[in-house]
Design a protein around this ligand. Structure first.
Ligand SMILES: [Ca+2]
Length: 326
């Protein structure tokens, strides 16, 4: 009995006597000195059903000697029931003991699904500050989950004892992990991608993740949801969510050549070039195809004449707002 310090007894009582430490009550810290906080390091925050996550629990700020030295520590953590489970045998103690007789362990209790880290010094030496990582374990997201959700790691108890024998209970954050069950939904003009080529502009949208687009097998270019395609081509859109699920849509956009009356050059808009081409045709400097001749005859009579070229120029300077043939 003499070998056990008062602190050991205090912590022993705290751990073993029900109600001595209430789980997760608001902070009732009286000490002025900073209290160590738990810090969580997760191997992933976005996973798929059945994926494993390695969790490391450390003491934030504990390397700082202004933070109270810990002469007793218990941390209980359980993965949120029904969404994730502890992976058997994965608990590891990372903290180092100060004395050879110290109790330092990380165990798993199947009945409560709880991982328990315990540090009880047998001497006066507190938890060493050199290594602030306490313990690690692995959890697996439930493989049977069928819709997107998240699970928490619930810290059901964080009990610490400082050199003055103060019992400190600190509420810590509960880190959560997102479970992504399926790939994003890609829509084109608000609907599922169609097999037939699109003959008008296409608005690409997706409900989650990040996307890239490739045109005619070219480089992948990042796009946002709502991106509008207004050029013809073969397209490939890939959407990747935070867990790595991917959705891909292949489709073709086949925009018909727009014909503009008088636009002999085929540029899509009327310009001085069109008038010039008509005049060049009239002096036999160039030849025009049947389609071009049809577009050039803007007054609809006498075939293509200098009058047509004049009409194009008048239209360009807005002397007329439409051609006689319209
Ligand atoms: Ca004409």
């Amino acid at each position: 009995m003499k070998a056990l310090s008062k602190i050991f007894l205090a912590l022993f009582a705290a751990v073993c006597l029900p109600g001595f430490f209430m789980p997760l009550t608001p902070a009732m810290t009286a000490a002025a000195a900073p209290v160590p906080e738990l810090e969580w390091t997760l191997s992933a925050r976005d996973v798929r059903p059945g994926d494993e996550v390695e969790v490391t629990v450390s003491l934030k700020n504990y390397a700082d000697t202004a933070v109270l030295e810990l002469l007793g520590l218990q941390v209980d953590v359980r993965p949120e029931a029904g969404k994730a489970e502890y992976i058997t045998g994965s608990a590891k103690t990372l903290a180092a003991a100060a004395g050879s007789q110290d109790i330092l362990s990380t165990t798993y209790k199947p009945e409560s699904q709880t991982v328990i880290f315990l540090f009880l010094p047998t001497g006066k030496e507190g938890l060493p500050r050199t290594n602030t990582a306490l313990f690690s374990f692995k959890v697996r997201a439930d493989a049977a989950i069928t819709s997107d959700t998240a699970f928490s790691l619930v810290c059901t108890r964080l009990a610490v004892i400082d050199a003055d024998g103060n019992h400190l209970i600190t509420v810590s954050d509960h880190p959560s992990v997102n479970i992504h069950t399926g790939e994003a939904v890609i829509t084109l003009n608000g609907q599922a991608p169609a097999g037939a080529p699109y003959t008008d502009s296409v608005t690409v949208a997706f409900d989650k993740g990040t996307a890239t687009i490739k045109k005619d097998g070219g480089p992948a270019v990042p796009i946002d949801s709502g991106y509008v395609i207004s050029a013809g081509g073969q397209y490939e859109v890939t959407v990747t969510d935070a867990a790595g699920n991917t959705a891909v849509a292949f489709f073709a956009v086949d925009l018909p050549q727009k014909t503009v009356l008088g636009n002999v050059s085929g540029s899509g808009t009327l310009s001085i070039t069109d008038a010039r081409m008509i005049l060049q045709y009239l002096v036999d400097k160039i030849t025009l195809t049947a389609e071009q001749l049809e577009l050039a005859d803007v007054d609809g009579k006498n075939g293509v004449t200098v009058t047509d070229a004049r009409y194009v120029l008048q239209r360009l300077v807005e002397k007329i707002d439409k051609f006689p043939v319209e």
